[in-house]
Ligand binder design. Structure first.
Ligand code: AMP
Ligand code: MG
Length: 412
């Protein structure tokens, strides 16, 4: 038996989890349109300066700044050509001349500044410039202003957002190397649990954690494999855990990890040869979390407490970094913790790191934390639904007064 039965801190738990978990590292190629949300598996470097060439940021006229600077009265310039986006300029602009130009069109040789259309008046083949541009180069997007050839654009390990996609597209990547998503098995255990839609007998409740965790795991960019409800039965639990470990990259269960007579998970993990990394964490709620490592670090098992709020607190605080590392992300594994002003008095017994559900709001530019009303019960699903942030009271901190700053874990 290699169970570590002492309670460790949340920070120690996070370190142990991350130390004992390797990124999957398996890659696949996806079309550009399909890769947002995946973790990039290649470094992306620009082959070109961008913009590719000087071009106009506005509809207007390409001019020579010296012709129109510091003018007291309108200046007339001869229009020598019209350049639409996608056309190459054909003329050189000489003093006293201008080119009609449209947004995105290439600047003609000789011109160095754009006068926007609203500051001009057209007079047949001439344009009257009514006021001076503010500087040379006004409304010109210069070649290479945004980035240069050979410059690194994105690095492997970065989770692609929709706003990264234009960068990949301009880097001429019609297909992108990404890491495959981790497959995460999830099941619930408890004799009292029934699926939604069931007719409940006395003492039974509807399983909510399976759906909460499945949704969360997907939000973290993993595929969730829902294995349903397993009764508090040692053999059934052993079977499902063994097969989930074969099919999936990480296994999560909820329920059955506390000290009750029907809490079998820790014992089964040990029977199946797991090294128990975590047996108890100084976190409230979520203390009885069990984390086991199988096949010398190849696969982790998260035995998450059954109370619905506890389950989500553990997911937000300790599962998130694991899923991100497994998926190939190389940094920012932990969800962001920020400082906010508490609009409510907050209390803890100071013995464990305490997470209190509430809402983060921005009031006149200041982040404020509002504690959910009524109880902080670990089973209160309406509070859970309203939660977008958790106040974090460290060990030893027994209260935070209204108006004081508090650390807040932002969760959605
Ligand atoms: P346990 O961790 O098995 O001791 O369960 C703690 C509490 O959470 C009990 O009240 C259970 O009924 C409840 N619970 C356990 N699993 C779930 C679940 N999947 N969905 C909703 N509640 C659950
Ligand atoms: Mg139970």
């Amino acid at each position: 038996m290699n169970i570590i039965t002492y309670m460790i801190t949340v920070q120690q738990a996070q370190e142990l989890i991350l130390q004992n978990l390797r990124p999957l590292g398996e890659t696949k190629t996806l079309a550009l349109c399909d890769c947002a949300g995946y973790v990039l598996a290649q470094d992306v470097t620009s082959q070109f300066d961008f913009p590719y060439w000087d071009n106009s940021a506005m509809d207007g006229y390409a001019v020579i700044y010296e012709d129109v600077k510091d003018i007291d009265s309108p200046v007339s310039l001869k229009i020598v050509e019209e350049i639409a986006a996608g056309r190459a300029p054909g003329q050189v602009i000489n003093p006293g001349e201008a080119a009609r130009i449209f947004t995105g069109a290439m600047l003609p040789i000789g011109a160095d500044t754009i006068v926007i259309q609203e500051e001009t008046k057209r007079d047949s083949q001439n344009v009257l410039v009514l006021s001076s541009p503010s500087c040379v180069g006004d409304f010109v997007r210069k070649k290479g202003d945004y980035y240069k050839a050979e410059q690194s654009l994105l690095e492997a390990g970065h989770r692609l957002t929709p706003q990264d996609i234009p960068l990949l597209s301009v880097a001429q990547l019609s297909h992108v190397e990404v890491y495959r998503r981790p497959r995460v098995a999830i099941f619930s255990t408890g004799d009292e649990l029934r699926e939604p839609g069931s007719i409940l007998k006395i003492g039974e409740i509807v399983d909510s954690n399976l759906y909460a965790l499945s949704a969360y795991v997907q939000q973290c960019g993993c595929d969730s494999i829902c294995l349903g409800i397993v009764p508090d039965d040692v053999d059934r639990l052993k079977d499902i855990i063994s097969s989930a470990l074969i099919d999936c990259d990480l296994v999560i269960s909820t329920g059955g990890v506390s000290v009750g007579d029907y809490d079998y998970v820790a014992r089964i993990l040990t029977d199946l040869g797991s090294k128990i990394l975590i047996d108890s964490v100084a976190i409230k709620p979520g203390k009885p979390l069990k984390v086991g490592s199988f096949n010398t670090g190849q696969k982790l098992y998260f035995g998450i407490p059954g109370n619905p709020v506890s389950a989500m607190v553990i997911a937000w605080r300790l599962l998130t970094p694991a899923l991100k590392k497994l998926a190939g992300e190389t940094k920012k594994w932990q969800s962001p913790i920020i400082v906010a002003r508490s609009r409510s008095p907050l209390f803890s017994d100071g013995k464990r790191e305490t997470y209190l559900c509430g809402q983060l709001e921005i009031v006149e530019g200041i982040a404020e934390f509002v504690l959910s009303r009524d109880s902080q019960s670990s089973a209160n699903l309406i509070h859970l639904s309203q939660t977008n942030a958790l106040a974090v009271l460290p060990i030893g901190c027994m209260s935070i007064e209204q108006g004081q700053n508090v650390q807040v874990l932002f969760v959605s």
